[in-house]
Design a protein around this ligand. Structure first.
Ligand code: SF4
Length: 89
């Protein structure tokens, strides 16, 4: 029996296009169901993620599995880095 080297479960989900991410961001921004951080805080959070060794594929936090471009928008979400958050809250 031949085994595939590609994880079907992950391959479809982890490689999100910027269009898909932007669509998720637009849905959140245009919804009244979420409290959002300021643009300044959002950029700070993303910069921290870009410089973090825990960021996979440029999109995914390896601790929570979240798409950081989405998670960083949400005021009630924090950075799950072990020991200490890399985001100011
Ligand atoms: S641990 Fe924090 S800073 Fe690092 S990728 Fe995850 S959310 Fe971003």
């Amino acid at each position: 029996m031949a085994y595939s080297r590609v994880c079907k479960g992950c391959s479809a989900d982890i490689n999100l296009s910027s269009e898909n991410i932007n669509r998720m961001i637009d849905e959140i921004v245009n919804s009244e169901n979420f409290k959002l951080v300021s643009e300044e805080a959002y950029e700070f959070r993303l910069q921290q993620c870009r410089n973090c060794i825990c960021l996979d594929y440029g999109t995914t936090c390896k601790h929570c599995g979240c798409i950081v471009q989405v998670r960083a928008l949400l005021k009630d979400k924090g950075c799950p880095h072990p020991g200490a958050s890399r985001w100011k809250s």
